[in-house]
Design a protein around this ligand. Structure first.
Ligand SMILES: Nc1ncnc2c1ncn2[C@@H]1O[C@H](COP(=O)(O)OP(=O)(O)O)[C@@H](O)[C@H]1O
Ligand SMILES: [Mg+2]
Length: 250
């Protein structure tokens, strides 16, 4: 479904990453791993059409995104669901209106269908009774779940989640992981998740890529467990081995 080939990303003359290649199939959860500042969020922005690659290709099925015309790009983007790092709910709108918003931007549903769908996805994330709440009256975990409901409302084929469990307590974080797994099951979407929450990565990711800030290249390819067992790269080991430590002490 998604195929990235030899992607290079720059801000001006400053290289962030190069030689990034991977593909993600429907129904798979793909982790973008690496330390702070290595370019994980920047990579997501290149994948959702917000930043133009310095080199390389991003393909969605048969569409080479950056070679496609604007109408085709828009059509591809209509298949995306995005949960930004901050959850970024509109504070002046109810939870329900937040979830309705991306559906209203696409002409695929009648207002009645939008409402029905919004209430359905809110029930998936356990917020059916909070539809009329203001975001400010939700806990951090509930905000993330509302953001996730909004991201999946448009029935995305590809779901992008930037640090979905950052800042959550372990129980909320687990609950969000379970939801991500359930949503993958229900929708068959390809899921790309940026995270350095290791328990979460180990719980949900099938596959992934590890970006290295020093060499500005990927230094590992595979799921977190496979990388932990097979990678000899010191940065990869330093990153993933903290989990073994956490498991041992929990
Ligand atoms: N808009 C921007 N302009 C210039 N540099 C940026 C911009 N956004 C991020 N960067 C830089 O690019 C690098 C990668 O950032 P980012 O993708 O946010 O890292 P990560 O998400 O892995 O923590 C960092 O060095 C960051 O300072
Ligand atoms: Mg980031």
């Amino acid at each position: 479904m998604l195929q990235v080939r030899d992607l290079a990303m720059r801000f001006g003359t400053r290289l962030v990453q190069q030689g990034v290649s991977f593909s993600v199939e429907p129904g798979r959860i793909f982790a973008i791993m690496g330390g702070s500042g290595c370019g994980k969020s920047t990579l997501l922005k290149h994948l959702i059409g917000l930043l133009v690659p310095a080199a390389g290709t991003v393909r969605y099925d048969e569409v080479d995104y950056w070679q496609a015309d604007e109408a085709t790009q828009r059509q591809v983007r209509a298949g995306f669901g995005v949960l930004f790092q901050s959850a970024a709910l509109w504070s002046s709108m109810s939870v329900l209106d937040n979830v309705l918003l991306p559906m209203q931007q696409q002409a695929r549903w009648t207002p009645a269908e939008q409402r029905e769908r919004a209430l359905e996805v809110l029930s998936w994330v356990g917020l059916a009774d909070f539809a009329d709440y203001a975001p400010a009256d939700l806990s951090g975990g509930m905000k993330k779940r509302a953001g996730l409901a909004r991201a999946v409302a448009t029935e995305p084929r590809v779901l992008f989640l930037d640090e979905p469990s950052a800042g959550l307590d372990p129980i909320s974080s687990r609950r969000l992981d379970d939801l991500i797994l359930a949503i993958r099951e229900r929708t068959g979407a390809a899921v790309l998740v940026v995270s350095h929450e290791l328990p979460s990565l180990f719980a949900i990711a099938d596959d992934g890529i590890f970006l290295d800030a020093d060499s500005k290249r990927p230094v590992g390819q595979g799921g977190p467990r496979a990388l932990l067992e097979q990678s000899t790269h010191p940065t990869v080991q330093a990153f993933l081995n903290r989990t073994a430590l956490q498991d041992a002490t929990s």
